[in-house]
Design a protein around this ligand. Structure first.
Ligand code: GRG
Length: 300
């Protein structure tokens, strides 16, 4: 991003990053005319033209702290968004959350078919790692980024969190187990997005690593607490996905365990914790601080 971008109001900076990421994603995913056309069309349908791009925003904001090069950040941003998109496509399948609406349009298995949706997820995951492996950075740095993203996506990260989530339907989880599930299911990829942005610079001081890990954990959990609140308080049209599903499916959530008010208080506490973790990093972490607000105060 240009130097002049640092003075932009948050809303404009977000729009600029979103536009940049949209372009990179468009370039990365094979065109719909490329064989196999139906799979590529479905991949593009799943990824392009929707979503807040929160994970890429975290990549670019963390990249500012570490002074990483934009060309490397582009690859990281694409990689985390492709992993996220794959998880949404698979999550919406009948064998998982069984949903028909995502980002305001029919889910991939409804628009296409189940087998295609399965392959879309598989192919997006592979494309994420292929993209990251092509980052123009020192090999050791690229390896560190690939390693972090793989760990965040696998059984000790997002896929593991999803397994716990599926097993917990109808069960009563205590607060600690709920937190562990969310730290894996959504927190791990959000944390990885922050850390990839910093790793993109090729080096990171101990202070930076500690601050960013702390920040990303707080923001990752805050994101989920807010997601639980929005599921109760916001309508389907605003969310772009089916509202009220957690209660409908008897899923344990922050709202069901703590109640609405205590969940909101927790989100606020985590927002402040995330901001405080950035103190040692000074002004360079300004965008990350603003993103903590954006994530907690969002309306969808
Ligand atoms: C299938 C391995 C596998 C994992 C799925 C992340 C996930 C695990 C499922 C998504 C289900 C869900 C609604 C989780 C709550 C938090 C979340 C990831 C919400 C959607 O993310 P946003 O708000 O979505 O960043 P957009 O559409 O803005 O990108």
């Amino acid at each position: 991003m240009r130097d002049s971008d640092s003075g932009l109001p948050l809303r404009d900076w977000i729009a600029r990053v979103q536009e940049r990421v949209e372009h990179s994603l468009d370039e990365t995913i094979p065109k719909a005319q490329a064989i196999p056309q139906r799979l590529h069309a479905a991949m593009r349908y799943a990824v392009l033209g929707g979503g807040k791009r929160v994970r890429p925003l975290l990549v670019f904001a963390a990249g500012q702290v570490a002074q990483a090069r934009d060309a490397v950040l582009d690859r990281c941003a694409v990689a985390v968004e492709l992993i996220h998109a794959y998880s949404l496509v698979h999550d919406d399948l009948p064998c998982m959350d069984d949903d028909v609406l995502r980002r305001g349009k029919p889910t991939v298995h409804i628009e296409f078919d189940e087998a295609t949706a399965l392959l879309v997820g598989d192919a997006l995951q592979s494309l994420a790692f292929e993209t990251l492996s092509r980052a123009e950075a020192a090999p050791a740095g690229v390896l560190a980024m690939v390693n972090r993203l793989a760990k965040a996506s696998g059984s000790e990260g997002m896929a593991g969190g999803q397994a716990i989530d599926l097993a917990s339907v109808g069960a009563m989880l205590d607060r600690q187990s709920l937190e562990q599930m969310h730290r894996l299911k959504t927190g791990a990829l959000l944390s990885a997005s922050v850390m990839l942005g910093a790793l993109a610079a090729g080096q990171m001081s101990e202070t930076m690593a500690v601050s960013l890990e702390h920040y990303s954990k707080a923001v990752g959990l805050a994101f989920q607490v807010v997601d639980d609140v929005l599921d109760v308080e916001t309508d389907t049209a605003t969310l772009g996905k089916t509202a009220g599903k957690d209660a409908m499916q008897h899923k344990p959530t922050y709202v069901s365990i703590l109640g609405l008010d205590a969940s909101k208080e927790l989100a606020e506490k985590l927002r402040l914790e995330a901001r405080a973790a950035l103190t040692p990093l000074g002004a360079s972490a300004g965008r990350l601080a603003e993103l903590a607000d954006f994530i907690v105060l969002r309306k969808h």
